[in-house]
Design a protein around this ligand. Structure first.
Ligand SMILES: Cc1cc2nc3c(=O)[nH]c(=O)nc-3n(C[C@H](O)[C@H](O)[C@H](O)COP(=O)(O)O)c2cc1C
Length: 223
């Protein structure tokens, strides 16, 4: 799976299959999490792999009874070592970088899970003290999220905004239009915002049941 297809439609799992996940695959996901970038290369992330049914039941309760926590064969508690973060960057490290760095690691986890044919569910709504107690976390280790991993039974399918409405050039409000015309002899085409072009290409390929290959699409784009 190319990296673009892995990011395209990277949704959370709505329902997991009960099938166990091989530790080797969990290992790959954790390895990729650790490949993420971090401020000053602090790598202050720490991971607790939870597979025990009783522990998962306790996590389920502490995470506001979100079913994915006990349905998924594996829950990974993603933590930040605040002592490490603040040693290097004081409050900024503790309050900002610790969240951004762990989020980058979690995104890697979600992409690599998809690349392995698995799915993930990112949860932040939980009682921190409860999660600390379940995983016996030392004072300086803060639980940032719990990511459930498993084989998807069904996926969320929420849309994403068009980047046209999210992106400005030079200043806020200055519209940033990237449009392309794919030249075809004798065919008069109007420039089209790139976001729409990508979506059209995805729909067309999917419509024909073809595997969407972004590298092919990028080739076309770059003419
Ligand atoms: C930082 C973060 C925290 C989240 N926490 C929760 C959560 O506690 N419970 C939950 O049901 N979903 C949670 N989600 C999942 C989002 O609700 C989900 O991403 C959103 O509904 C869009 O769905 P999709 O990404 O599957 O398309 C979280 C996602 C992120 C990025």
């Amino acid at each position: 799976m190319d990296v673009f297809s892995a990011m395209q439609g990277l949704n959370n799992v709505k329902k997991f299959k009960p099938d166990a996940v091989d530790d080797k695959l969990v290992g790959v996901i954790l390895y990729m999490a650790g490949q993420a970038t971090s401020a000053g290369n602090m790598q202050e992330w720490r991971f607790i792999v939870v597979k025990d049914e009783k522990q998962k039941e306790r996590l389920f309760t502490t995470c506001l009874k979100q079913s994915q926590m006990k349905e998924a064969p594996v829950d990974i508690i993603v933590c930040a070592d605040l002592k490490r973060a603040s040693t290097k960057y004081e409050k900024r490290g503790e309050l900002v970088y610790s969240l951004q760095d762990t989020a980058a690691a979690i995104q890697n986890m979600m992409i690599s899970a998809k690349g392995l044919g698995l799915g993930a569910y990112w949860v932040r709504a939980f009682d921190e003290e409860g999660v600390k107690e379940i995983a016996s976390l030392p004072e300086n280790i803060r639980p940032i999220a719990v990511v459930a991993i498993g084989y998807p039974e069904s996926m969320d399918n929420s849309d994403r905004f068009d980047f046209d409405g999210l992106t400005w050039v030079e200043k806020f409000g200055e519209k940033y239009e990237i449009s392309y015309i794919i030249q075809q002899p004798g065919v008069r085409r109007l420039p089209k915002p790139i976001g729409n072009m990508i979506e059209d290409a995805v729909k067309k390929h999917k419509g024909k049941g073809k595997k969407t290959s972004f590298s092919k699409f990028l080739e076309k784009l770059s003419g």
